[in-house]
Design a protein around this ligand. Structure first.
Ligand SMILES: Nc1nc2c(ncn2[C@@H]2O[C@H](COP(=O)(O)OP(=O)(O)O)[C@@H](O)[C@H]2O)c(=O)[nH]1
Ligand SMILES: [Mg+2]
Length: 237
């Protein structure tokens, strides 16, 4: 039987990307359902997600987060909810079409032999498109820092395109996590490595978004580095 897979999408101002992404996901013909976690996007992404949920009845759930927004807050809400949902695998991917649904079948195939599959831009066969040298440098430096601070020796630890076994997510100590922003991606990987989980890296083609804007700015980058310094300490407290 096709394993049950829940695709978790964190969204903030992704109105121009969400319909395409959802259509492409369901066109894969796998046993998929979708969980959208939106932080009250001013562009109406949350309302659009509700419309899609009506259209694809029973296949899409939407959580509207209130309170402080952030990729990390949304990540904890979404993955926690996913861990308690009836499914075998949980996919996490960006909602800006940078992570392409056409790579998903290969990631899911690899998940039968691993607890976590990371979609990697930098493993042999991986690619980036339309991703300028500064963004590549950024993600390479970030990977170096996660190795230095957290001991994560993977080619692409900052990739948010992943497949988790649901039972792995159910074992993670969500209450200890301290990342309000994108460092949640490295923080979850840190705890997963500590669990002794089997981690595989599979090549993906990452395409920088065509629509909407990245939420990565200088302040978010500074907070990301500060989080790297605190994650290990919080884990051991
Ligand atoms: N719910 C929620 N999602 C967010 C937030 N910030 C970013 N995202 C989503 O996280 C994903 C990655 O964000 P993006 O801005 O593209 O970051 P980049 O790919 O690193 O430039 C996208 O699906 C965003 O919509 C947030 O504060 N709340
Ligand atoms: Mg993006």
């Amino acid at each position: 039987m096709d394993s049950r897979t829940l695709v978790f999408l964190p969204t903030y101002n992704e109105r121009e990307n969400l319909v395409d992404l959802i259509e492409q996901l369901f066109a894969l013909g796998r046993n998929l359902s979708v969980l959208v976690v939106d932080d009250l996007s001013p562009d109406g992404t949350g309302e659009l997600a509700e419309k899609l949920a009506e259209q694809y009845r029973g296949k899409i759930r939407v959580i509207h987060r209130d309170g402080p927004r952030g990729r990390g807050h949304a990540g904890v809400t979404g993955l926690r909810e996913a861990a308690a949902s009836p499914c075998d695998y949980v996919v996490e991917m960006d909602a800006d079409l940078s992570h392409h649904p056409s790579d998903l079948p290969r990631l899911l195939d690899a998940a039968s032999g691993a607890d976590l599959v990371i979609g990697s831009r930098y493993v042999e066969g991986g690619r980036t498109e339309n991703f300028g040298w500064f963004r590549v440098l950024n993600s390479r430096v970030a990977a170096g820092l996660t190795w230095l601070f957290l001991g994560l020796g993977y080619t692409d630890p900052t990739s948010g395109y992943r497949v988790y076994r649901r039972d792995l997510l159910a074992r993670l100590p969500w209450d200890k996590m301290i990342s309000p922003g994108p460092s949640i991606v490295e923080e979850t990987l840190y705890y997963i490595q500590r669990e002794g989980a089997r981690i595989a890296e599979v090549p993906i083609t990452f395409r920088e978004r065509q629509e909407g804007r990245s939420k990565l700015n200088v302040w978010i980058r500074v907070r990301w580095i500060l989080a790297m310094l605190r994650i290990r300490r919080a884990a051991n407290s």
